[in-house]
Design a protein. Structure first.
Length: 377
């Protein structure tokens, strides 16, 4: 059954690329040393592999490899960024600005910090899922130390105006952190051009393995400080302790390299799939695409269907989602769609289809044909 399921849930996770898997395997079975072992060849080889991967990941986002911290995933990277920055700068101020449509990794971390004395402002979004830049600037106080706005929403694919957000943050000398988990590896992401000070992202959203993420932390102009959250050995320049997961780091590096090399081909292919899918369904009366069409990931379609179309009947044949995979165990309606103004009955009939490089046009045609049959009754 699983092998016959056609997969349209690439925002939840992606298939590991064959080249990525091949790059990782020797570091499980042959070159299996600890990168912190400094006295023998196995340790040296492991450390060299980590350094190469660090350069590959850094090149993808145009930063220095010394500005990359490897983590167990984007959730840990988000926690390290927000908690670490709050603790490092709380003598300056305790005010953080974020957005109501952020991933739960950000929202839950911010809620935790509120119990530690942080003051939070949660920005609204409009019907298209975009923040109001005037609301952002008006929310800034002398005590504001951090703005945390995601690059692209995991449920709708809506991309926030990073350049303009960074301009506001730089003008007020406030740190700008972005959860770019869905963004990096899909869209061009140059942290220098975007003016991002700190950014979380993950390997398994770009055809790498689960359990591996990274946090970019700018080291100059301005230098961003953060307090270590995991102690025990002072690894990664005292910023994140723990034995490095060499095979997964190697895979992350290879995935980053492949995303950079294949960006135009991948984006053209996946864009064609998403555009075909949406255009085929537009004649269904009462159907609505959620999120701006002007600034949305080319991978993502979040659609509200008329109540009479029972989309869940297709789950035996296709893999897709009702929202965030990280929040799918929760009974309440999507907080993202709720913040965008959808009613509860609309949210219950909204589903996310996220396309990837391994999908084919033939698969998308099958999906659209089956949805159109349901619409016809």
């Amino acid at each position: 059954m699983i092998n016959n399921l056609i997969y349209f849930d690439n925002n939840a996770t992606t298939k590991v690329n064959d080249e990525v898997l091949a790059a990782m395997l020797p570091y499980f079975t042959e070159t299996y040393g600890n990168a912190a072992s400094k006295l023998h060849a196995q340790g040296w080889a492991a450390q060299a592999a980590v350094e190469t991967a660090g350069k590959q990941v850094a090149t993808l986002i145009n930063c220095q490899d010394s500005e990359i911290i490897f983590t167990s995933g984007a959730t840990e990277a988000v926690n390290l960024a927000i908690k670490g920055i709050f603790e490092a700068y709380e003598t300056k101020g305790k005010h953080i600005i974020t957005c109501k449509t952020e991933h739960k990794a950000v929202l839950d971390t911010c809620a935790y910090l509120e119990t530690k004395g942080a003051e939070l402002t949660y920005l609204n979004v409009n019907r298209e899922g975009l923040i109001d830049l005037h609301e952002l600037e008006n929310a800034i106080r002398p005590q504001t130390i951090l703005v945390s706005i995601m690059a692209a929403n995991n449920e709708t694919g809506v991309m926030q105006p990073l350049d303009q957000i960074s301009e506001i943050c730089n003008k007020h000398k406030i740190i700008f952190f972005s959860d770019a988990t869905q963004y990096v590896g899909k869209e061009r992401c140059d942290v220098q051009e975007k003016g991002i000070h700190c950014m979380a992202f993950s390997a398994h959203k770009m055809y790498g393995s689960k359990g591996m993420g990274a946090l970019y932390v700018r080291r100059k102009n301005p230098q961003i400080n953060l307090t270590e959250q995991i102690h025990g050995g002072g690894h990664q320049n005292q910023r994140r302790s723990g034995t490095l997961n060499v095979p997964l780091i190697v895979g992350f590096g290879k995935a980053a390299e492949l995303c950079r090399e294949n960006y135009w081909n991948n984006s053209a292919h996946v864009s064609k799939l998403k555009n075909y899918f949406e255009h085929q369904l537009l004649d269904i009366e009462g159907l609505r695409i959620n999120g701006t069409t002007r600034s949305r990931l080319y991978t993502t379609s979040n659609i509200t269907f008329p109540q009479e179309i029972k989309i869940t009947s297709l789950l035996s044949k296709y893999a897709f989602s009702s929202g965030s995979a990280c929040g799918s165990h929760l009974p309440e309606p999507s907080h993202v769609l709720k913040a965008m103004g959808l009613q509860e009955f609309e949210i219950k009939n909204s589903f996310r289809f996220s396309f990837g490089v391994y999908n084919t046009l033939e698969e998308v045609k099958l999906l659209t044909e089956d949805i159109l049959k349901l619409a016809e009754g």
